[in-house]
Design a protein around this ligand. Structure first.
Ligand code: COA
Length: 445
């Protein structure tokens, strides 16, 4: 069976950044350690005045098409995943296609376009749609463009303000991909939950502490579902575990639970037993509460073991590097985690061909999905070509007053006339509203 997966990736970060430990925390009267050690985000990327989910998505897509030497005729689908859409009817993908048609010969009139919504999970679901479309033989030799684009802003003063971010990830899904091939096997964990939602409002209603519990519960369910198809997973089966990263501290919690799960009944549990005992089994405890206390005690010890820490440094740390520099990109976050791991492997000259990733996506509301990916021959060249560091380094540093202004600029309820902080060059920009309240865009040389 021909491999189907991710052939190219490009990112576009918002061009501003807010330093959380040094600029945000002092004004909030918080200890910088909350950001450097707890949450794990050093900088939030934020959009400049002329940027939004369309410009970031279109700019990432243009970078991708240019690098691959593709034209609109090569693309048979454009799916946008977002939870920051500004229109309940017209999909963001039509705006992005309109932008791209300003600069390319040809058009996307015969490409199927849509918009996927399931909180942060929708990017992965769009990749799924593309995979199924190609596997069904409906693609006529064309590839799919999947764009995950979000402006993750919270109400000023909401605890979520500590995890904001803005950016887009564009991915080309195709046969014989250069970067990773997707597994047919998947697992789902899904339930009607009220942890994070935006009922016709721009900024989310969030129950932050509950969202952490729901993330962990649905991920666990998805992993068990995945294992029901593939058999038990083992830490050595996968080189990296890119998981949805609303902030690195969340992945730290998921990794510890995941490690306990995938080492249960293995030689690793036996090897650790001398130091920390065997994992608690529910049957050995009089009630659920006693069992849960025992699990918590086991995990406190597990996270201090050298074996766990070495695994974490090898398999998890590289997946959260970029997230710590940009914050939450919602639908793009798990795809940033994959790119982060692959970029670290390029930097450290790790050979990944044939190695596997276990990818865990999550969307509030809530659903988790787990699948695996196999790294392909062309991965190194394709990942080396992504200009992550130059983009991140070029961001403008906001002081706190400027941060307040830019938050107002992107607040749909406010009128804020603010000068741009950076000068646009060779990119799509937002230019204002049209007569039917549509948003308008132009390419600036
Ligand atoms: N040094 C080291 N760690 C510190 C610290 C310090 N000085 N101060 C705080 N921390 C740690 C806390 O212990 C906590 O870690 P833990 O959860 O492992 O205990 C972490 O930093 C965050 O601190 P906390 O006080 O819980 O922050 P908060 O009340 O502002 O809430 C979120 C954090 C994530 C709940 C909040 O930002 C939020 O609602 N985010 C949006 C929703 C979201 O992203 N959910 C994730 C699932 S999708």
């Amino acid at each position: 069976m021909t491999a189907v997966g991710i052939d190219a990736i490009e990112i576009r970060t918002g061009k501003l950044r807010l330093d959380l430990p040094n600029t945000f925390a002092p004004v909030k009267g918080e200890d910088p350690g909350k950001y450097t050690k707890g949450i794990g985000i050093e900088y939030s990327s934020l959009p400049d005045v002329y940027e939004d989910i369309v410009t970031m998505g279109a700019n990432a897509a243009k970078q991708l098409l240019d690098r691959k030497g593709l034209t609109p005729e090569d693309i048979g689908r454009i799916d946008v995943a977002t939870e920051s859409a500004f229109d309940n009817s017209k999909p963001v993908s039509t705006y992005i296609a309109g932008c791209l048609e300003q600069v390319y010969d040809g058009d996307f009139h015969h490409a199927n376009k849509g918009e996927r919504k399931f909180a942060c999970l929708a990017g992965t679901q769009s990749i799924d749609d593309a995979y199924n479309w190609i596997r069904a033989g409906r693609n006529r030799g064309r590839a799919a463009l999947v764009i995950a684009t979000d402006t993750a802003l919270y109400e000023r003063g909401d605890p979520g303000e500590a995890t904001q971010g803005a950016g887009a990830v564009a991915m080309l899904i195709d046969e014989d991909p250069d970067i990773v091939a997707l597994s047919t096997e998947q697992g789902y964990g899904s339930a009607d939950e009220t942890d994070f939602l935006k009922p016709n409002q721009q900024f989310p209603s969030v129950d932050g502490k509950r969202s952490i519990k729901v993330y962990l519960a649905r991920m666990r369910e998805a992993l068990e579902d995945y294992e029901s198809v593939t058999g038990d997973t083992h830490p050595d089966d996968f080189v990296y575990f890119p998981f949805h990263t609303p902030y690195p501290g969340m992945v730290r919690k998921a990794a510890l639970l995941g490690y306990r799960h995938i080492t249960r009944g293995t030689e690793i549990e036996d090897a650790l037993a001398d130091d920390i005992g065997m994992q608690p089994r529910e049957d050995d405890y009089p009630d659920r509460e006693a069992y849960e206390d025992a699990i918590r005690a086991y995990m406190d010890e597990l996270k201090e073991t050298r074996r766990y820490q070495e695994w974490y440094e090898r398999a998890i740390d590289p997946t959260v590097d970029i997230s710590g520099q940009v914050g939450n990109w919602y639908t793009g976050s798990v795809h940033v985690a994959r790119l982060s791991a692959l970029s670290a492997a390029v930097e450290n000259d790790v050979d990944l061909v044939g190695k596997r990733l276990l990818v865990g996506s999550y969307g509030s509301g809530a659903q988790a999905e787990i699948h695996s990916e196999t790294v392909q021959d062309g991965w190194r060249e394709a990942v080396e070509a992504v200009d992550v560091a130059p983009q991140l380094d070029a961001r403008y540093d906001l002081d706190f007053d400027e941060y307040e202004l830019i938050h107002d600029v992107h607040n749909h309820e406010k009128e804020a006339d603010v000068e741009e902080f950076t000068a646009p060059e060779d990119e799509f920009v937002f230019t204002g509203w049209g007569r039917m309240n549509e948003r308008r865009y132009e390419y600036i040389e």
